[in-house]
Write a protein that binds this ligand. Structure first.
Ligand SMILES: C[S@@+](CC[C@H](N)C(=O)[O-])C[C@H]1O[C@@H](n2cnc3c(N)ncnc32)[C@H](O)[C@@H]1O
Length: 230
């Protein structure tokens, strides 16, 4: 099976039929794998695995992003932010503390013509756009209690923070409940899903609604956040 066939089938299983999105995602995959030869962007090196481990893993988030302003906290090489930008009409801000990754993502944005998407080099806890986003997303950046302090301050009251986590993250979620409450959030749902075309591999969305403003003293400096998580 080709990457094109795999991606088309996987997206169809999610109810998404968009040939242009398939082409854009595969163009992104080419850029990613090419650049990955000279800089560390992803551990995944096979085109079919880029489709399953990155694109189809992240694609279910797109339906939560429709029509929203989204910030992807610690986007790395663009996950989940780039698939979300391509598979929805969201305005996506890709945020990462590593300048080289942001430079690569700016090239991707320019090459694919992703108007409405911006790449920003900053640390989440220092990014001065408090309560401006409808949705903050994040995958593989930190434990949930730490991630909540990096992400929830950026979300508007009434908006959402959705963390992509492993299905075995029950203890981590339990541990983060206090942080979520202090930061103005409410754990709304945990959704486990089977990643299409991935031999039954499962992934999880932890959905937190922002119900109150985050107290002004958060986020703290990163050293404090990690040394004494809420
Ligand atoms: C393991 S990578 C995951 C990248 C991507 N989200 C993915 O799932 O493939 C973690 C990324 O988070 C970024 N990061 C860690 N702490 C951060 C912070 N406080 N603010 C912004 N980015 C951060 C790192 O630079 C790195 O690119």
């Amino acid at each position: 099976m080709t990457a094109h066939e795999l991606l088309t089938s996987g997206l169809e299983q999610l109810g998404q039929h968009d040939p242009q999105a398939v082409d854009k995602l595969l163009a992104f995959s080419d850029l990613l794998l090419e650049k990955n030869k000279v800089m560390n962007l992803t551990a995944v090196t096979a085109p079919l695995e880029v489709v399953t481990r990155h694109f189809l893993d992240c694609a279910p988030l797109a339906c939560y992003a429709a029509g929203k302003t989204v910030i992807d906290v610690g986007c790395g090489a663009g996950f989940p932010g780039i698939p979300v930008a391509i598979l929805s009409d969201a305005k996506v801000t890709l945020l990462d503390s590593l300048g080289k990754r942001i430079k690569f993502l700016q090239e991707v944005i320019d090459e694919l013509g992703l108007t409405g998407t911006q790449a920003v080099h900053a640390r989440a806890e220092e990014f001065d756009h408090r309560e401006e986003f409808d949705l903050a997303t994040s995958r593989a950046v930190a434990r949930l209690n730490v991630l909540a302090e990096l992400s929830l301050p950026l979300v508007k009251v009434g908006g959402y923070f959705i963390a992509m986590k492993a299905v075995g993250s029950d203890e981590e979620i339990e541990e983060a409940k206090n942080a979520i409450t202090i930061l103005g959030g409410r754990l709304e749902r945990v959704i486990d899903y089977t990643v299409p075309m991935s031999e039954g591999r499962k992934s999880r969305l932890v959905i937190v609604k922002k119900i109150k403003s985050t107290p002004a003293k958060y986020p703290r400096r990163f050293q404090k956040i990690s040394a004494a998580p809420l």
